[in-house]
Design a protein around this ligand. Structure first.
Ligand code: ASP
Ligand code: MG
Length: 405
């Protein structure tokens, strides 16, 4: 007999019919004798709808009231899921985050879980019930309802699995698992049987969004092994776990293309101490996340100057251009050039640590495709290049073929 935590995302509980399907799957596990804890999200679109209504009333509503409001989305689905299980004759009890013992700090709308005391959850499980817990929410020690940030039901599931010492944690979603690349772009992409936490985090941050990154970080910290799989079929999914020795045998686990980046180049920036600090401090103060930075070798006589390029998210480009324009006189560069016609192509794999020539092979592949490389950045398990957006998908397919097939 195993203790299983299953999380179902918004699409999986998107309408009463789908909720009944979830109940059938849960009932199946329970029939085998397993104890099942179910974590559910709000039905798809509900959280967005609630936010929209609040903003129609007031552009910046109180964050405490937003938590009170958004927590209702998940409260609807826990009750409906319990009712669906009852209709199958399965005893089930729904619980809010607070009732399940999920205690958070007081940072409304993005609270962090402090601790979980799942005594009542255990009690209901021991009584033979399926326990259905509302994802994405908790309460402060003072009893205020909080939410954990968008996509936070993943975190609820992982944290509950850790607190309950569950034997298995399954994240049910609308995709079959984690793929070597987006199958809509790369037809030969295949589902990975397993992936390490670090690879998953890199792939997620590169736009292969399967799960909330914070919950993968949490799983890594507490060693929670979990499986990402589809609620629409019975195919096995992808196991996400600590890196094992044989994972390094594969050079590249996945290829990702981030089309959400934009690039700013400052031409002829004076090359002297304090300049980079001035520029990037101003961007940070405007809450703009800078990803890649490249500075060229300096040239010229007198005070030498250099070109400096960096990337930001597309949504932040206008804000970044404004910040840069405001610095022009003070910093003294000659002009700034911005473009959002770039793509960031990355290869990820823990095998890079023990294989050499990986970067060379990637660059050679791009050269063969006549794709020019604009910027390069590397980490222990990732190589990223900025290229022309128009060639992004073609380059992605070529690199996937070269490394994965
Ligand atoms: N319902 C919340 C959201 O849409 C939490 C979740 O789905 O995980 O962000
Ligand atoms: Mg969701």
């Amino acid at each position: 007999m195993a203790l299983i935590v299953q999380k179902y995302g918004g699409t999986s509980v998107g309408n009463p019919e789908r909720i009944k399907n979830v109940a059938r799957r849960v009932a199946e596990y329970r029939r085998r004798g397993d104890k099942v804890v179910v974590v559910v999200s709000a039905m798809s679109g509900v959280t967005d709808g609630l936010i929209k209504m609040a903003k129609e009333i007031m552009p910046l509503p109180s964050e405490r009231e937003m938590d009170m409001l958004l927590a209702t989305g998940e409260q609807t689905t826990i009750a409906l899921t319990a009712i669906a299980l009852h209709s199958l004759g399965v005893p089930a009890v729904s619980m809010t985050g607070a009732q399940a013992g999920i205690i958070t700090d007081g940072v409304h709308t993005k609270a962090k879980i402090r601790n979980i005391t799942p005594k009542k959850v255990h009690g209901f499980l021991d009584g033979g019930n399926v326990v259905i817990v509302a994802g994405f929410q908790g309460e402060t020690p003072e009893g205020q309802i909080t939410t954990l940030g968008r996509g936070g039901s993943d975190l609820t599931a992982i944290a509950l699995a850790a607190a309950l010492k569950a034997d298995l944690c399954q994240i049910y979603t609308d995709v079959d698992g984690v793929y070597t690349a987006d199958p809509r772009i790369v037809p030969t992409a295949r589902k990975l049987p397993e992936v390490s936490y670090d690879e998953m985090l890199e792939l997620a941050s590169l736009g292969a969004k399967v799960m909330q990154s914070r919950s993968v970080e949490f799983a890594k910290k507490f060693g929670v092994v979990f499986e990402v799989r589809s609620s629409l079929n019975d195919n096995p999914g992808t196991i996400v776990k600590e890196e094992t020795k044989n994972m390094e045998d594969v050079v590249i686990r996945g290829v990702a293309l981030d089309k959400n980046q934009a690039k700013v180049t400052l031409v002829a920036v004076p090359d002297k101490p304090g300049v980079a600090s001035r520029i990037f401090k101003a961007l940070a103060e405007a809450n703009i996340n800078v990803d890649m930075i490249v500075q060229n070798i300096s040239h010229g006589t007198g005070t030498p100057s250099t070109d400096l390029s960096f990337t930001v998210e597309k949504a932040d480009l206008l804000k970044a251009e404004k910040v840069i324009a405001s610095l022009k006189a003070e910093v003294g560069f000659s002009q700034s050039i911005a473009t959002d016609k770039i793509g960031k192509l990355s290869i990820v794999g823990v095998g890079m640590r023990s294989h050499s020539g990986v970067a060379a092979k990637m660059f050679e592949t791009l050269a063969r495709e006549k794709v020019n490389i604009d910027m390069i950045s590397t980490s222990e398990i990732k190589i990223s290049v900025v290229i022309d957006l128009a060639k992004g998908e073609q380059a992605m397919r070529a690199v996937h073929t070269a490394f994965i097939g």
